[in-house]
Design a protein around this ligand. Structure first.
Ligand code: ADP
Length: 248
């Protein structure tokens, strides 16, 4: 094949991939509008005090609402991933203390963990360092990793977060004492829609999109992410973020 043919094939593949991302983005957006109505109106019905609902009706309405919200979460994840894939995400980076992210998300995570009597421990010396990153996205990364650590741990365990500084990056590690990940699955765990066990969706919920989003967001910040895990013992997910503005 000549160089020209190769280039042509590459451009065609890129254009097809862009069209696919655009289709997914548009479709997700279109699905969101009617779904918002479903959730909104089931809310109205459920809180409408003028007509008393029977117990059964209340259960049905709560089901509609919860399923609607679950579906909305999935659609939002697909939308976020397709935006990243098509290069449509612009990070809004600023300088802030790592600790601020923890202050914002720990109350929610602690509440989630307390349902399983899990303690979250954070080393508190280093988080006084600043990073240069997109605050909302860093929260998303931490939220996804911490909620997985809680979700895949049995009751009464500890989830620990360690923040380290090295040269120009901050390294964050989230460790759990949970079910762990088999060695042969470690390499595809960051691919979209990947779950270790196909029955995991039923057992633990989730879509297999969380880690794919985390990986893309870390890499958009020019960071790296990796996992160490042992089945039955637990997992540690680590990622790096830049401390200073990157030279373009
Ligand atoms: P989800 O949690 O929605 O299924 P993720 O992309 O966040 O999707 O995770 C993909 C899969 O990786 C999970 O279904 C689970 O099998 C595995 N996994 C992720 N985090 C952990 C963890 N901390 N411990 C054990 N397995 C994990």
């Amino acid at each position: 094949q000549t160089e020209k043919e190769l280039l042509k094939a590459k451009l065609e593949a890129e254009s097809a991939s862009r069209a696919k991302s655009q289709f997914i983005a548009t479709m997700s957006h279109e699905l969101r509008t009617p779904l918002t109505s479903v959730i909104g109106f089931s809310d109205v019905l459920s809180t409408n005090t003028s007509e008393k609902l029977t117990e059964k009706e209340q259960v049905y309405i709560d089901n509609i609402r919860n399923s609607g919200e679950q579906l909305l979460n999935i659609i939002n994840d697909i939308l976020e991933l397709s935006k990243i894939d098509s290069g449509k995400i612009e990070l809004e980076c600023e300088k802030f203390f790592v600790k601020e992210v923890f202050d914002e998300i720990l109350p929610i995570m602690t509440q989630m963990a307390s349902k399983k009597n899990i303690d979250i421990s954070v080393n508190n010396e280093i988080p006084f360092e600043t990073i240069f990153a997109d605050r909302v996205r860093v929260k998303r990364i931490m939220y996804n990793l911490l909620s997985n650590a809680i979700k895949f741990s049995p009751d009464n365990r500890i989830v620990s977060v360690i923040v380290d500084k090295s040269d120009s990056t901050i390294k964050v590690s989230v460790s759990d004492m949970g079910i762990g990940i088999p060695k042969d699955r470690l390499k595809d765990i960051f691919n979209p829609f990947t779950q270790v066990d196909s029955s995991d969706t039923r057992k633990y919920g989730g879509t297999g999109l969380g880690l794919a989003i985390v990986k893309q967001l870390v890499e958009l910040h020019k960071g790296i992410i990796w996992v160490e895990s042992e089945e039955g013992k637990g997992s540690t997910f680590s990622f790096t973020l830049p401390m200073k503005e990157l030279n373009k």
